[in-house]
Write a protein that binds this ligand. Sequence first.
Ligand SMILES: Cc1cc2nc3c(=O)[nH]c(=O)nc-3n(C[C@H](O)[C@H](O)[C@H](O)COP(=O)(O)OP(=O)(O)OC[C@H]3O[C@@H](n4cnc5c(N)ncnc54)[C@H](O)[C@@H]3O)c2cc1C
Length: 351
Amino acid sequence: MQLQENIPLAPLTTLGIGGLARFYVEATSRAEVEEALGWARAGDIPVFILGGGSNVLIADTGWPGLVLKIAIRGVAQHAASDSEGRSIFAVGAGESWDRFVSDAVRAQCAGVECLSGIPGSVGATPVQNVGAYGQEVSDTIDSVEVFDRRDQQVRELCNEACGFAYRSSIFNTTERERFIILRVTFALTPGGAPHLEYADLKRHFEGRETRPDLAETREAVRHIRALKGMLIVPGDPDCRSAGSFFKNPVLSEQEHEELEKRASARGLSLSAYPALARSKKVSAAWLVEKSGFSRGYVSGHAGISTRHALALVNRGEASAAEILALKDQIQQRVEEIWGVRLEPEPVMVGF
Ligand SMILES: Cc1cc2nc3c(=O)[nH]c(=O)nc-3n(C[C@H](O)[C@H](O)[C@H](O)COP(=O)(O)OP(=O)(O)OC[C@H]3O[C@@H](n4cnc5c(N)ncnc54)[C@H](O)[C@@H]3O)c2cc1C
């Protein structure tokens, strides 16, 4: 293991914000993960696990302990399918997520094509149950290999044990900071049809007579994402973000009714998603825009993407404090007007 000191974290994040890591290790194997954690434990040093840095806001003061970047590579496709005929891929946590999606699509395996273009590492995808365009990783995760910091054991968690829900799992709720994800195993459908349920995707292929294949679906998703500034394109100022800064609120029937009343009092109609069990998911972008924050909104060096109301962007030299101030301003205004508290999606580090 190579221990480094005082490493700038901003270049390791998509927002390009954050101070120094007091200590930094890039672990390319399970043994290095264990060694780094053992070292930190012996010195009582706090640890933060970093993947691709696309879902974090790191404090201007950085991280006072060890930043452990998980860089375990390797994609292994099992020779045999599972009992349901699905192809099994075991993928190192440090692999690029989008590269894995590209490999899966090339191998004609369905199940992750709509998740094309999401930045970051494979190992972070179970953490917030990454999702887009009608798919979530929980649909295809078979199991997750983890290092348990409680008893220093490596174990395999099956899908159900991960407690997946909308943008959540045990990894970012009940068992936060307990597990380090080393490898994720996906079960994909060979020769399966692409998932084309999402309105934007249907619109993209409108008028076509033949059903798009997986590769065309992947390209369509990347194209739609690029139009929204949700694809990392070097030099594009709209993608200096952490993606959506707020989750879509999931409301109870009663809260939803109250919100509808507020909307109709303003002559607006609410854009709601189909009910999630007995709750309703509301568009956070709609709430933000209807609270006076339009795309392209500027607040010092921070701002809102010109193409997506939910992406807070670093307009160049923004500090974490400026991004936080804009986040607070938006949360406060949305709550005042709509009675809904928006919950941030990125992980706040070192605050
Ligand atoms: C332009 C853009 C578009 C995006 N679009 C989407 C989208 O459509 N859908 C969506 O769900 N997300 C989206 N995101 C958010 C982000 O890409 C995902 O959450 C992604 O999975 C984060 O991966 P990462 O490796 O960058 O994680 P990081 O940002 O490095 O870390 C995020 C969290 O996961 C933890 N973590 C990382 N790796 C591990 C590991 N191996 N073991 C344990 N914990 C770990 C970290 O400690 C941290 O708490 C987008 C982000 C950007 C910048």
